[in-house]
Design a protein around this ligand. Sequence first.
Ligand code: HAS
Length: 550
Amino acid sequence: MIAYADRKIALWHIGVAYTAFLIGTLMGVLQVFVRNDSLALPAWLDYYQVLTAHGVLLALIYTTFFIFAFFITGMSKSLGSFGPKVRLYSWIGLWVTLLGTVMATVLILIGEASVLYTFYAPMQANGFYYVGLALVIVGTWISSFALVGHYLVWRRRNKGQLSPLFAFMTITTIIMWIIACLGVVATVLFQYIPWAFGWTDTINVELSRSLFWYFGHPLVYFWLLPAYIAWYTIVPKLLGVKVFSDSLARLAFVLFILFSIPVGFHHQLTEPGISNFWKFLQVVLTFMVIVPSLMTAFSMFATFEISGRKKGGTGLFGWFKKLPWKDVRFTSIFIAMAFFIPGGAGGIINASFQLNEVVHNTLWIVGHFHITVGTPVAMTFMGLTFWLIPYLTGRRFTKRMQILGFVQIITWSIGMLLMSTAQHVLGLLGAPRRTAYSGYNNHPAALEWFEGIVSNHVTMAIGGSILFLSAMILMYIVIMTMFVSPKAETPEQIVEFPLADSDMSNTPKWLENWWIWIGIAAVLIVVAYAIPLSHMIQHAPPGSKGFITW
Ligand code: HAS
């Protein structure tokens, strides 16, 4: 068990994460019904306000706070208790991130920032909204540096040794996060804030979007990598085996430092201000960032097979039946992985230059992110929640909670399957994203979109409602395991942190030489971005004034 003081910091993070989750999912269910034309919001609540709150609170805030709860617990577990300075900075990080979150959320809820989670210029929010976002980033940096400090102390005490896999992966994620944030910090500080407060009249839209996507794509890996940490370090323990290959796992992670950043243009393939050469180069690099995910898939299949065969599974697929299906901690993560197969394939389609023309700005992309961040990532976090909270509170994860856990993950899977399939199909037919419901004046082509078996209003509404039900079950489990469930008394009742052993004997030391990876990443970023960004600045088109479209 980790120190009480460290547990307290982690629990606060989880508390904030699930408060954001509660509001965010409530906004989600409203949105599904409005988007379906079956609910009219009251005059004081706008669709875009709801959409912004949903995206920000779930995709940015729930994930960030949960990720830091997981990192803090895992780092304290694998490197030892935090010192007083690390604790202090972790608390400061929490409060600064929370302050930014509250500022941004209030401004969304009072209708001053309905700019969606990508806050594209020239839509202009209240200046304090951008200050709130900046504080969120600064807060995460403070928390990150606290964890880096803890890691450095450990390295000083264990000279020449490789760090435990969990710590290595956490530090990789943090390095990627800090390099990625430079883009969004630059645009928020030097473009959005002066523009929103009226210190400058106009904004260079293309530059602001490019700096945003320099950050926006690694942002999705900031969500994904903690899920991968759980897949690599927790799942083998649940299966009763070691990590399949320590060096493969570490290599996959460093590849994310290299390739997750110089690829942001694949979100801007239809934008006219960037020449095809730079878009093509970044598409090629995007195909490189798929490689570590394929390595992860290989590693997971190998882990499953080794475990199943160890338990007596024979034949080509006999091992599959031997997996611990009755353990909700495992089954939740397995389903999360299964969702990432179509989720990742969809990403490859999006990244393919020509195919992007078909899917860009359609509901297909909304379907894509619900089966990437909305299920592989979110459901892995749910699977972690089941044991992480009892581990931190010292309460039991009772049989009843285990059953409810199964109901929760099954309902989430069904809801997501219905809703995201409908979104993919509607997107292919041409239904746009980032808009409220529109029948285009009852144009027959637009009305036809909703006549399919999966793409009709009813399927989407059922999917959205099931998801909301599932979210409420999860909230019940969170509250029970946080405050109500009986305390664990016997050794069998104590919930453990299931961290797998990893054989580091063949792992090359250079994998942990961060300067190599940061150096190569910097070179790739310069190659991919220096010339196109300098063109955007030197040959800047007339800037745009702000628009309030809601
Ligand atoms: Fe994406 C748009 C390309 C991954 C999230 N993406 C988005 C947006 C979000 C998002 C939020 O190239 C919308 C942004 C917006 O609002 O505009 N994405 C990719 C690519 C990948 C990818 C190439 N995306 C993610 C992940 C996300 C995420 C992960 C969140 C966590 N995405 C794009 C592109 C766009 C885009 C374009 C812009 C589209 C546009 O036009 O606007 C890759 O990283 C995917 C690689 C993944 C794989 C899958 C490996 C499979 C594994 C599971 C193994 C399963 C097992 C279980 C072991 C190759 C690891 C076995 C089970 C059995 C049942 C057999």
